[in-house]
Ligand binder design. Structure first.
Ligand SMILES: Cc1cc2nc3c(=O)[nH]c(=O)nc-3n(C[C@H](O)[C@H](O)[C@H](O)COP(=O)(O)O)c2cc1C
Length: 186
């Protein structure tokens, strides 16, 4: 099997990180990989905000957790009330993807850019996970104002985020693949 396919098959989501930061050189490679993802009509309607500042990240997490507690959904209330819960898993780097709502495909564009980040990261032995919490709570005024302070452009919506760093545990096994989800017509 060639190493690109091997890389795709062995990437796993990681939710426990050491404090070691990724290098600026690797960060730039990940961002370049993101920017070379396909995008609808080649519009590149995405924006990436990289946060590597613990204090600023903690401020964002506190605002998100406040909204989780105010949520009408029990699942958010339950995890949000755990003082140890960090939706970004204490990862030293978080890349927030946001899109300009005026273009039709941009949410999908951000998703393929995130996948490029995950695969490029794995090839560099950097662990990652998609964290979706800002797509749920990014519109809340308090969370939004912190996102603006971090540089997420005005009027852009958050599609998700990539948490990145070095895993503190061996990578988990992949779940078995479901059967019957492919139809090939020849
Ligand atoms: C759109 C999307 C949203 C996700 N949101 C979260 C999330 O908020 N938190 C989390 O821990 N994992 C999240 N994940 C990661 C999935 O849980 C993970 O990909 C899945 O369990 C399969 O595991 P694997 O990535 O190791 O193959 C998300 C994945 C996708 C594609």
């Amino acid at each position: 099997m060639n190493e690109v396919i091997q890389n795709i098959l062995t990437r796993r989501s990681v939710r426990s990180f050491t404090e070691e930061q990724i290098s600026d050189e690797n960060l730039n490679i990940l961002l370049e990989a993101a920017e070379y993802a396909p995008s609808g009509m080649g519009k590149q309607g995405w924006h990436f905000t990289v946060v590597q500042n613990k204090e600023k990240m903690d401020k964002l997490i506190a605002a998100v957790k406040e909204q989780m507690l105010n949520s009408s959904e029990e699942r958010f209330k339950k995890v949000g009330s755990n003082p140890d819960f960090n939706p970004f898993y204490n990862a030293p780097t978080v890349i927030i993807t946001a899109y300009d709502k005026t273009s039709a495909t941009v949410e999908a564009d951000c998703a393929v850019a995130l996948e490029n980040i995950f695969l490029a990261a794995h090839s560099l032995k950097i662990s990652s996970c998609w964290v979706h919490i800002l797509a749920y709570f990014g519109k809340d005024p308090k969370v939004r104002s912190i996102l603006s302070e971090l540089g997420v452009p005005k009027d852009y919506e958050v599609s998700g985020s990539a948490v990145l760093g070095y895993s503190s545990k061996p990578l988990p096994e992949a779940a078995p693949r479901k059967e019957g989800l492919v139809n090939i017509v020849k």
